[in-house]
Design a protein. Structure first.
Lengths: 657, 249, 410
């Protein structure tokens, strides 16, 4: 809206030097120097309004007086004032006490205390008009920064009359970056405002393959459409985008409303109107002879209205049948507001090309998002997968270990203010804390319940609610920040669409590290060998001199420790609350279940699948993340039907039961 | 002679390991058969296939006069068709009484609704008592089966099998962990049973097999190596090589 | 038959006697029918507790007897509540809308009434049309049918999918939890057709009973709840007493062996799962009119886990255990969290039970699982002199037979 108004006024503005001021009101008095113009239009300048100030500013800009730029900039920066003693305009600059003054022609005019000066405070709308007028001067300003500012102003509020000054300034531009920018801006303005259609098409086509947001912003107005209706058989003027078929492209109601708006059909009688009309014509407890008590169905009411219509009491209104008939007698089209069809076709082509590329970019961006979500799930689930895979124990308190890790990070930051250092301390500390907690839990509870997996599930759940409440009691219910170091701020940006924050990159790296660490641990170390032995056959392992109790304890500690580290990773981008673990625990379970038990690659595949799925569904239905989760869980339940043991399942007799 | 069970060309692979390799095996309606073979010969997998626990990669398993394919049936359906199985370790429901265990196994409708509305008739109580007596648990009907000794559990399981009235009995190492007297009792029982139905016994113990005095099938690496009387197969040089040759005899 | 059944199960008779005594006692102490010793809100709490006992009974059947740790039964409970809540809310809103429209010049059309109701109920989520799921909400009999049908069908379909693919043990628990979460998240949406996280409210106002005070309604609901609990107890006791009970306990202990006996384990599980879902739904349909409000938070996975906690603390595998557990823990819980429990001053720290109750519950739950797997019901065994051998955590299933031989000799 604002841009549109500005555009209208700028058009007016551009007319002034050419065609005079016949149409503008109030008229701008003829004057030659800037100071004179200001003086002549005193009333307007003292109380400027966006609607009417345009001609004055244009006259100033067109005056050719070098002082005009100074006056305009001063005005925009609240540096123009009126001396109360004699009512003269003065340029202000803050001095020792009060203002240092200069007259409009630049001569020193002494000083004045603040109280003696009325500052002019043009509102932001007026300032914007001034800024546009100033642009043509700024484009050639010796200061590159001001030239860049001017380009930004043009890009924000493009207008036809800026095209010529812009083109004129390109030749003289010395800064190559600015020159490229000017060139691009020139083409963007050309494709919209150049009078010659061939030039516009050339400009449009020169952008083929470009993805810039500014380009899309420039092309979209060219393709703006309006819906129009006309009786069948007549031709519709204008650049027609497409025919509309009532019923499929637009609803009957929309079609009819269009006809009513174009005065091609009488207004439809709405139900409330009908009701009001009937209520206004109640005679002796009946309407048109139909008793009130019978008017409790729509059909009876319609009958009553028709009777009133026939009696001439109420105006004739279109009934549903008539509406259908009238619609059938008309054609509906969408026309471009841009009259030149060659231009719209070229714009459409380029825009389609952009959309295809954009879709590819979005897929790439989505994949990055999915990958980062998958790394989070992987980190959260890997500990769970270890404990479940090795010990067949579902640890419902896993989420609370994640929480403990996150709170450890928070507490460390309370003592070590340097975020980098605190992170370096917090990672191993979180591992240690949750490792100890895991070992304690294994020794005190889980060890006694090995033969009863369901009861382990419930006992660990008991621990989970206790730990969660404990965290609430200690840290309160409000979220605690876990601040990432400055070097993790910002994002790795590939272009306008594809980008990923450094925190997520770090989490991805962390996930890879853990994958490698885990592979190394299981395949290359004595501990891994023993863990695998215990997984496959605990009693045989025991008879080989491996202590299964010790292995179970270490495994559980390890799984819990990784949960602690995952907690720090999650805490870096989410707020740390006592429920932080709960948010991830179901997804972690799903990851393990979908991936298959007892295989790190399965967990990885599960995390990838769940991450991709969640992002995919969110993309298809962006307004509703709750529905996305619902659908994902439904999908997983169905997935289990086809692969009950997960993506990577153990085969053979070992998988027995 | 019509066959009760006809297994032909069955193969099954676990993770690349071929547990059963093109195995063919037949047994008649009233026949006692012993299956022997070294560890890993595929004896248990064979029973898993017949009872529906494991699906073979290829081959046919046909059952009864109507040559039904067992491969399309679930474990429960196969059991209802008349295949009973006794596991190596006694598996009885330890939380329930001997009578409950037997009553559950008693031949009757097996659907959830039928079972829900089923109540035992005097004849059923009598049959349970009779079976319990037969396996020497006549005075333990009210005891929880978890309280029974190992041997008694074996017997209870055999009693449950009898209650099912199967046409084919698959018995996995029945004599394991039994005393000499109990073994003899078992032998007699199996020989008796085989008069009215087919009985397949998987056994390691040669003495026990000799006492059964029946046709013997030797499995090796998932297929049949030899078949015939015990004396016949023990003379087979291949059998001696792969099985007996490695035993302490 | 009945005589032998009751004589074989004396606990059923005892239970029914105690329940009747309790109901009578509460009635005599109520404001509406007695000496006004108990407040109406407390009577509502008691009535709701009876409903919780009923759902605990269902949980005991599915978990304690059939060995399926379902973490989804509170979802069925809440679904039952939603189904009855739809009628309650619709009928009440209808009355309000008709009164409002009667002031207009013309008598209202059915469509206008419908629109009025829709606007009243769904204005809060920005919709003005009645969603299709409310198709039957105008009719009490149909909606009562849905109380049974919707959770029953959901359980049937979910159970069929889950049991068919032989998902068992903790896998199944996790899957049921996922189902619950999916349902809760779905209902949390505004366009789910059930008012999103606003839920259904004003359910304590029973349409057609405008002239009856809540004092009396609360007692009526207590009676209905007690009746349902008694009936449910009889039903479940009957289910578990015969061969069916034998089979489901056998499935709990060793389902593979049950298959080889010729029983289709999946069919039994599905039957029990669906039956218990329906019982849970009926309990929910009685609970929420007393609670007055239902929203999706009611079927968060945590609620179902609490249900398991009640049954475990009460003692699973015995029906009165589940009832005792549900009553004991839920009443205790409302006592502690209601701020009525006295704080304990340790000098350096004051234990405020509102904050510490969950910790106590969690830890005592761990304690019960570890040291008293039979729960409160185990006390009855002590009293009757039944001692069971300490199995060092091994369950009752077969497979560890040799371990148990020594016990048998005791």
């Amino acid at each position: 809206m604002r841009a549109a108004i500005a555009a209208v006024f700028l058009v007016l503005l551009s007319l002034i030097p050419l065609g005079g001021l016949a149409q503008t009101s109030p008229p701008v008095a003829e004057a030659s120097s800037a100071a004179e113009i200001v003086e002549e239009n005193r009333a307007q300048i003292e109380r400027p309004s966006r609607q009417t100030i345009g001609p004055v500013i244009a006259a100033l800009a067109a005056s050719g007086d070098p002082q005009a730029v100074t006056i305009l900039s001063a005005w925009a920066d609240r540096g123009l004032g009126i001396r109360k003693s004699d009512g003269a305009f003065v340029l202000l600059s803050t001095g020792q006490d009060g203002y240092a003054l200069r007259s409009l022609d630049g001569a020193d005019a002494g000083t004045a205390p603040r109280a003696d000066i009325t500052e002019l405070r043009p509102n932001s709308g007026v300032r914007a008009v001034i800024a546009t007028a100033l642009v043509q001067f700024q484009l050639n300003d010796p200061d590159p920064a001001r030239r860049a500012d001017a380009l930004t102003t043009i890009a924000r509020d493009p207008a036809p009359e800026l095209l010529d000054p812009l083109r004129a300034s390109i030749e003289a531009e010395t800064d190559p970056a600015l020159r490229a920018q000017k060139d691009r801006l020139n083409r963007l303005l050309t494709l919209r405002f150049d009078p010659d259609s061939a030039t516009r098409i050339a400009a449009i086509e020169s952008f083929s393959g470009d993805l810039g947001l500014d380009l899309r912003a420039a092309l979209n107005p060219l393709l703006a459409t309006t819906r129009r209706a006309a009786p069948l058989g007549t031709t519709i003027e204008g650049n027609i985008a497409r025919d509309l078929d009532p019923g499929s492209d637009l609803s009957e109601t929309e079609a009819y409303d269009l006809l009513v708006a174009a005065d091609l059909a009488p207004a439809r009688l709405t139900t409330p109107e009908l009701k009001a009309a009937l209520a206004a014509n109640i005679v002796d407890g009946a309407v048109a002879g139909i008793p009130l008590a019978e008017l409790n169905t729509q059909s009876a009411r319609n009958r009553a209205y028709t009777a009133l219509e026939q009696a001439g009491t109420v105006p004739v209104a279109a009934t549903d049948e008539e509406v259908t008939q009238i619609i059938a007698g008309h054609q509906f089209v969408e026309t471009y507001s841009e009259p030149d069809s060659a231009v719209t076709t070229a714009a459409q082509d380029v825009l389609t090309g952009i959309e295809v590329k954009l879709a590819a970019m979005q897929v790439a961006d989505l994949s990055l998002d999915a990958l980062s979500l998958a790394s989070i799930y992987f980190l959260a689930a890997i500990g769970l997968a270890i404990t479940f895979g090795v010990m067949r124990v579902i640890n419902m308190a896993h989420g609370e270990f994640i929480m403990m890790g996150a709170y450890t990070g928070y507490v460390v930051q309370l003592f070590i203010p340097n975020y980098t250092l605190s992170l370096i301390v917090a990672l191993p500390l979180a591992f240690l804390v949750t490792f100890m907690a895991g070992v304690a839990m294994e020794r005190l509870v889980i060890r006694h319940l090995y033969k009863r997996p369901l009861e382990t599930l419930l006992a660990t759940f008991g621990i989970s609610i206790a730990l969660q409440q404990l965290a609430k009691n200690i840290f309160g219910t409000q979220a605690r920040p876990l601040t990432s170091p400055a070097w993790l701020d910002g994002a790795l940006t590939f272009n306008d669409i594809v980008s990923i924050s450094y925190i997520r990159v770090a989490i991805f790296v962390l996930a890879i590290l853990f994958l490698l660490f885990f592979l190394w641990l299981m395949k290359r170390t004595r501990l891994g060998l023993e863990v695998r032995a215990v997984t496959q056959n605990p009693s045989m392992a025991a008879s080989m001199g491996i202590n299964p109790d010790r292995i179970n304890m270490l495994t559980f500690g390890l799984g819990s420790g990784i949960a602690g580290i995952a907690g720090i990773a999650i805490g870096l981008f989410a707020q740390v609350t006592s429920e932080i673990g709960q948010a991830y625990i179901v997804q972690s379970f799903m990851t393990v279940v979908v991936g298959g038990v007892g295989n790190i690659w399965g967990t990885l595949a599960g995390a990838l699948m769940i991450g991709t799925l969640q992002k995919g569904i969110e993309f298809l239905n962006p307004s509703n993340t709750l529905a996305a989760q619902t659908y994902m869980i439904l999908f997983i339940i169905l997935f289990i039907q086809f692969r009950p043991r997960g993506i990577i399942a153990l085969k053979g007799r070992a998988a027995g039961d | 002679m019509t066959q009760l069970l006809e297994v032909s060309g069955v193969s099954v692979t676990f993770d690349g390991f071929r547990a059963i390799n093109n195995l063919s095996f037949n047994i008649g309606p009233a026949e006692l058969r012993a299956i022997i073979g070294p560890n890993g010969a595929g004896k248990t997998t064979f029973m898993d296939i017949v009872t529906g626990k494991t699906r073979p990669d290829e081959g046919k398993v046909l059952w009864g006069d109507r040559l039904q394919s067992l491969l399309a049936m679930s474990e429960a359906q196969i059991a209802r068709a008349g295949v009973g199985r006794k596991f190596q370790r006694p598996t009885v429901f330890e939380d329930q009484t001997v009578a409950d265990n037997l009553m559950m196994a008693l031949k009757a409708a097996r659907g959830p609704l039928a079972v829900l509305f089923w109540s035992p008739k005097p004849a059923d109580h009598a049959r349970v008592a009779e079976l319990a007596t037969e396996v020497g648990l006549g005075d333990a009907l009210g005891r929880k089966s978890g309280e029974l000794s190992h041997g008694q559990k074996q017997w209870l399981e055999i009693g449950m099998l009898l209650a099912q009235e199967p046409k084919l009995l698959l018995v996995d190492e029945p004599a394991a962990g039994m005393t000499l007297a109990e073994r003899e009792h078992t032998t007699r029982l199996l020989v008796d049973l085989a008069k009215t139905r087919a009985v397949v016994v998987v056994e390691h113990d040669m003495e026990f097999v000799r006492r059964l005095n029946c046709k013997v099938t030797v499995l090796h690496e998932g297929s049949v190596l030899a078949e015939g009387t015990l004396d016949h197969v023990t003379r087979n040089p291949q059998v001696i090589d792969v099985y007996l040759g490695r035993s302490e005899r | 038959m009945t005589r032998t059944y009751l004589s074989r199960n004396p606990s059923v008779l005892w239970f029914l006697l105690i329940l009747s005594g309790f109901t009578l006692g509460v009635t005599l102490l109520s404001q509406a029918y007695g000496v006004a010793f108990l407040s109406t809100s407390f009577i509502k709490t008691l009535g709701m507790t009876l409903c919780l006992c009923l759902v605990a009974l269902a949980m005991d059947l599915i978990w304690g007897y059939a060995g399926i740790l379902s973490l989804g039964h509170m979802a069925f409970f809440a679904l039952g509540g939603y189904m009855i809540g739809m009628w309650l809310m619709y009928a009440r809103t209808e009355a309000i809308v008709i009164t409002a429209l009667s002031n207009e010049a013309l008598p209202a059309t059915a469509q206008e009434i419908q629109n009025g109701i829709a606007a009243q109920i769904f204005g809060v989520v920005g919709a003005s049309e009645l969603p299709p799921v409310w198709l039957f909400a105008h009719s009490l009999p149909l909606q009562l049918l849905l109380v049974v049908l919707v959770p029953g069908l959901l359980a049937l379909i979910f159970g069929w999918l889950a049991f068919r693919s032989r998902v068992t043990g903790v896998y199944l628990s996790i899957l049921t939890q996922a189902m619950t979460l999916a349902l809760a998240l779905y209902l949390f949406q505004n366009d789910s057709g059930l008012r999103g996280n606003n839920g259904l409210s004003g359910l304590q106002n029973i349409p057609g009973l405008d002239g009856v005070s809540q004092d009396r309604v609360s007692v009526w609901f207590l009676w209905a709840s007690a009746f349902a609990l008694g009936l449910g107890y009889l039903l479940v006791a009957w289910v578990v007493s015969g061969k069916f009970g034998s089979v489901i306990r056998a499935i709990r202990d060793d389902e593979a062996r049950v298959r080889f006996l010729g029983y289709s384990v999946e069919g039994y599980k599905l039957f029990v799962f669906t039956l218990t879902a329906i019982i849970a739904a009926i309990a929910g349909a009685l609970y929420y009119p007393q609670a007055g409000i239902i929203n999706p938070a009611e079927l968060a996975p945590i609620a179902s886990i609490y249900l398991a906690v009640w049954v475990a603390i009460g003692g699973r595998g015995r029906l009165y255990g589940a009832v005792i557990g549900a009553a004991f823990v839920s009443l205790l819980s409302s006592w502690f969290t209601g701020g009525r429990a006295p704080s304990i001053n340790l000098g350096f720290y004051t234990i405020n039970w509102v904050d510490w109750w969950l910790i106590l519950l969690g830890l005592s739950f761990v304690g019960v699982t570890l040291f008293a797997p039979k729960g409160i019901g185990g006390l009855v065994d002590l009293w009757q002199g039944l001692r069971t051998p300490d199995r060092k955590g091994a369950d009752l299933g077969p497979g560890d037979g040799s371990l148990l031989e020594k016990e048998a000799k005791k």
